[in-house]
Design a protein around this ligand. Structure first.
Ligand code: CP
Length: 310
């Protein structure tokens, strides 16, 4: 298969396994290119991409921008903080005004779940979801699964535990969809107050003890506690969370095997992850960031191939 089955990247749940495999194969080629002295290719020379960020971002925003520039696209960046949204303009009006400037693709991060699906139904451009509230973060899940594949040769059959705030995490939901599509065994771990009620419908089970989870897994993906999304107090204190669910070097050293530690960033050092783990040879956090550029290049390239030029 040389084509994605979808016209937009709205969430992992809309992708087939063959789409994910195509994205990985394409990313393999781009990863080779971005490790060469000349890192740029002309593939998207006639394509204009708008990066619309209605919520804070460091990694995703910069990674998309770099991926677009490596592919020679024209890029415009929009941040809601300094925009006319502050004057009452609607999302649709804002985006339509941007599209009137002849934009072909939109990368959007938005605090509302479903915002990118809404855009795809109302806007004539390819839409890429760069994170929509507590819903999905598909490019993060793809780069996470790609990084596991790189370390282990394959995702199929790997035991992966996602630790932390599963309830509020778009990274967790997209990772669960993606890893299960690729045949991994996925479980979650964290306080029961931060577990979604419908967990079993996602086909995953819950560890309430961190040490048991780490003893079971090959890879642990550690999530940030999302204080900005907590309308009530789900935790007594961050200190207590760190003592019960924080991953530290002493805990890793007590395991009978070496496991891989991942984190989507930004890290709350000393809360979900201690510095001596984040910076240790267990951690592939910076490999994830590097792979993010290749994965995003692959997605942009494959979706741009679906833009009709007539
Ligand atoms: N992982 C991730 O989405 O990081 P940013 O919020 O910095 O983009």
């Amino acid at each position: 298969m040389n084509n994605l089955s979808v016209d937009h990247l709205l969430g992992i749940k809309y992708l087939k396994k063959s789409d994910v495999e195509l994205i990985f194969k394409t990313a393999d080629n781009f990863k080779k290119i971005i490790n060469q002295p000349i890192k740029k290719v002309p593939s998207l020379r006639d394509i204009t991409i708008a990066n619309l960020f209605f919520e804070d971002s460091t990694r995703t925003k910069l990674s998309f921008e770099l991926a677009e520039k490596r592919l020679s696209a024209d890029v415009i960046n929009f941040s809601s903080v300094s925009s006319s949204l502050q004057k009452g303009e609607t999302l649709l009006d804002t985006v339509n005004n941007i599209l009137a400037m002849k934009v072909d693709m939109v990368v959007m991060r938005h605090p509302n779940p479903g915002a990118s699906v809404f855009l795809s139904r109302n806007i004539n451009a390819k839409i890429i979801n760069a994170g929509d509230g507590t819903h999905e973060h598909p490019t993060q899940a793809l780069l996470d699964a790609y990084s596991i594949r790189e370390k282990h040769g394959s995702v199929k059959g790997r035991k992966i535990v996602i630790v932390g705030d599963i309830l509020h995490s778009r990274v967790a939901l997209s990772n669960i969809y993606c890893l299960k599509k690729l045949g991994a065994e996925v479980k979650v771990c964290g306080p029961s107050s931060l577990m979604p009620k419908h967990l079993e419908t996602l086909g995953v089970t819950h560890f309430s003890k961190l040490k048991e989870a780490l003893e079971w897994c090959d890879v642990a993906n550690i999530l940030r506690i999302q204080l900005e999304r907590q309308e009530v107090n789900y935790l007594p204190t961050l200190r207590e969370y760190a003592m019960t669910f924080g991953v530290n070097k002493a805990l890793l050293d007590s395991l009978k095997k070496k496991i891989i530690i991942m984190h989507p960033g930004p890290i709350n050092r000393g809360v979900e992850l201690s510095s001596d783990v984040a910076d240790s040879n267990h951690s592939i956090i910076l490999d994830q960031v590097e792979n993010g550029v290749a994965i995003r290049m692959a997605i942009l390239y494959l979706l741009a191939g679906k833009i009709k030029t007539t």
